[in-house]
Design a binder for this molecule. Sequence first.
Ligand SMILES: [Zn+2]
Length: 97
Amino acid sequence: MPHWIAGGETRYVRILIKNGIAGERLVVVFGHELQHVVEALEDATVVDATTMRGRFAHLAGKGSPRDSTEPLETAQAVAVERRIAIELSEWRRMGVR
Ligand SMILES: [Zn+2]
């Protein structure tokens, strides 16, 4: 999940990716996280970490999260991850680098 880093009129989020993830897995993970950024920023009411977490909880079908450590996942981010993995696999099969 992205991390909220600023409020006000300009909205920023930061994506943190675990060290050691590389190659095609990094592309897949980065695409997954970018989908979360789209999910957060497409809702103008998301203006801080709390409203962003509420947005993800809504998209995950969980109402409001009980605490900030409760894992939340969205079907859209999982779908994007799968799509990227499929495309990378197809490209590899076709010899595209
Ligand atoms: Zn996710």
